[in-house]
Ligand binder design. Sequence first.
Ligand SMILES: [Fe+2]
Ligand SMILES: [Fe+2]
Length: 221
Amino acid sequence: MLSQSRLLHSPLALATRHCAGAAVGTPTSLRATSLKLINAAQMRVSIQESTDYRRSGELARQVLQQLRQQDNPHTHFGFGLNLFHHGLQSATRALRNGENEELVVMALLHDVCEHTVPSGHGPAAALVLGPYLSEENRWILENHEIFQGYYYYELLGEDKNKRDAYRDSPYFDACVRFCELYDVPSFDPDYATEPLSTFEPMVHALFQRKPKQQGACSMME
Ligand SMILES: [Fe+2]
Ligand SMILES: [Fe+2]
């Protein structure tokens, strides 16, 4: 009969513990079980694994998976395309208009949070992508909802010019342009849209950029 110690260190037991912790190869002693008890070595492991998550491409894959979730009959919200195809069409228009990769990816993912954060999806997307974007593009993402409102707020009995509150921003005109050229017209089922595979390498390249700090502190390098 195996001793308790040998059972605890058997290949099966070790594999089970590694599976429970997601990444492989890190001893359980280096995994914090409470933030009240975390030590410097465990903190280094946390930062390293968060960084590896991004550098390995897993973060980009997860964001792309979030986009694929929108290829769903429930995300048309009354329009001619669901959110997934709306993103693809926005990105296709940006690509064909000669925009740089950063803007093309932004067009692809500008509504990537809309199926889970319908109101406030602009700021939500800005949190996801902002660390990898120029400040202008981050601002456009964050505020595009209210700029889009120019085209439909009146139908809701609201002021279509709410965006005018941002007239002093150096990014005002760029946000108007992004909406007008890429977001507004991209619900057309008859437009020949590129497949997601056209844009996947661009998404991966964006998330390989070293992220700018966002929030109180950065847990990723
Ligand atoms: Fe949007
Ligand atoms: Fe949109």
